[in-house]
Design a protein around this ligand. Structure first.
Ligand SMILES: [Fe+2]
Length: 480
């Protein structure tokens, strides 16, 4: 029998009221510096009087203005109007209605409004020309411009606004990677860099067809690598009727398509999960954070990234294969808390096909609500989440899990971050959201208070390794 050492640690880190969102400006590096704040809004496809989209956009606009926004700067991320009409006169009427009737309240409420076009705005040479006429982007401190792409320096922040709607291909996704590189170079010394484009780079809720739903992968990969090197904090997009947060190699993508468009199954993508919303967004030199507000003014999702503001409280319990461990703190504290679960796998020696299974249940005998299936033999590392005992299990995978020795894999699950909140990292590297077609994350799951490495399903002899589990509760989240 090979001598195998497998260590599995579960770390649960809960945000305390004092170190969640409002404290972005007061924790760690950059202490005392005000965060850079923006309101993010996108995808209304409006401009047509009495249309459902007009009503939706009005309701959201009123919710935003009632709330007294935390920032006087608004970014509108495209698909302002319904568009896709051949008659230029008709398109002009949509724009006039949108700008004069629907958007005018925002003009007085915000000091600055940045716009980028979506595919409903720019889908032909004529629609591009009209967009440029009706929404000219003249701002102070523009440091780079090409066509509808422009970049603005605002104090310590660099904001790069991309036109990702290709007028030569019905508004489908494109990205001028060379210009992005130039724009990032113009603001090299900025401490906060944000890039905006209408189309996602990373697939959202399983919408991965390109150039329909996202930037073509090779351009996206090049842009992503460039943004990581430049220290960009987030790529912010729209187009999918959803709110979505995810990370790849530590860099975040936020998608907000909640300004009123009804599209997709149930009116959103999908309608049984997603909802109309705007986003209150903060960025500091070290972190980003968001609150997603629906049309009734309720905060529905929130998160800070990276989660290094969390402070651990030590409490370790051994997890012996075949003996379930009760983790009461998790079940008590988790329903309204952000938390992180982390497992690490350490194998002392090369193995043919090391694998392990860790199961979390709400109570003994319950259907597993959280299951980690680890295989380091080229098969995907998989996390299976059952949102509710009666609902379908969703899966998240890391498609190619490299097998190195020793191998340390961590899996994190952040509530408030939706499906992108289930992520993994190898060897202490950067976090990447695991791949899934699910529109839900761990929110709403039956909280796994009982953890077990089952004897029956584990593929390694239980006598050849030891497992430790750490439980590190901190407190409850601030209520909104
Ligand atoms: Fe769009």
């Amino acid at each position: 029998m090979q001598n195998i050492i497998l260590q599995v640690g579960v770390t649960i880190l809960l945000n305390s009221p004092t170190n969640f969102w409002p404290s972005l400006s007061g924790d760690g590096e950059g202490e005392g510096v005000e965060p850079y704040r923006l309101i993010l809004l996108g995808d209304s496809c409006s401009g047509v009087p009495h249309h459902l989209h007009e009503q939706n956009f009005r309701a959201l606009r009123e919710a935003l203005l009632r709330r007294r926004p935390h920032s006087r700067t608004l970014c509108y991320l495209g698909d302002h109007v319904s568009g896709y009409v051949a008659d230029e006169r008709e398109l002009r009427l949509q724009w006039r209605h949108f700008i004069d009737r629907e958007f005018s309240d925002f003009v007085s409420a915000f000091n600055r409004i940045f716009h980028i076009p979506g595919n409903h705005d720019v889908y032909s040479a004529a629609s591009l020309s009209l967009y440029d006429q009706v929404l000219p982007q003249h701002h102070a401190n523009v440091v780079a411009r090409k066509g509808l792409n422009y970049a603005v320096r605002d104090g310590s922040a660099l904001l790069v606004f991309l036109n990702t709607a290709n007028p030569a291909n019905h508004g489908h996704a494109m990205l001028d990677v060379a210009w992005l590189e130039q724009a990032l170079a113009k603001g090299q010394d900025a401490t906060i860099k944000l890039v905006f484009g209408h189309h996602p780079i990373l697939p959202v809720n399983g919408y991965d067809l390109h150039p329909d739903w996202r930037i073509a992968p090779e351009d996206g990969d090049r842009a992503w690598a460039m943004m990581r090197v430049a220290g960009v904090k987030a790529y912010i997009c729209s187009h999918i009727i959803a709110f979505d947060f995810r990370v790849r190699d530590g860099l975040a993508q936020l998608c907000t398509g909640g300004a009123g468009t009804e599209y997709g199954p149930g009116g959103a993508m999908p309608g049984d999960v997603e909802y109309r919303h705007f986003v209150e967004f903060d960025a500091s030199a070290t972190h980003i954070g968001y609150r997603v507000i629906d049309e009734l003014g309720r905060c529905r999702e929130r998160c800070t990234w990276p989660p290094s503001l969390l402070q651990p409280v030590e409490a370790d319990v051994p997890l012996v294969p075949g003996s379930p461990v009760s983790v009461r703190a998790l079940s008590v504290a988790a329903p309204d808390a952000a938390f992180r679960l982390a497992w690490s796998f350490r194998f002392a020696r090369p193995l043919e096909s090391p694998s392990a299974l860790i199961v979390g249940r709400s109570h003994e005998g319950a259907t597993p609500s959280f299951l980690i299936d680890f295989r380091a033999d080229g098969e995907p590392l998989a996390v299976h989440v059952t949102p509710h005992p009666n609902r379908k299990e969703h899966s998240w995978v890391v498609p190619h899990t490299p097998y190195r020795q020793p191998l340390v894999v961590e899996v994190a699950a952040l509530s408030g971050a939706g499906p992108g909140g289930i992520m993994a990292r190898l060897e202490g590297g950067d976090w990447t959201s695991m791949t899934s077609a699910s529109a839900c994350g761990i929110e709403g799951i039956e909280w796994p208070a009982h953890w077990e490495v089952p004897l029956s399903s584990n593929r390694m002899p239980p006598s050849s390794y030891s497992i430790e589990m750490s439980v590190r509760p901190l407190g409850r989240l601030e209520r909104w």
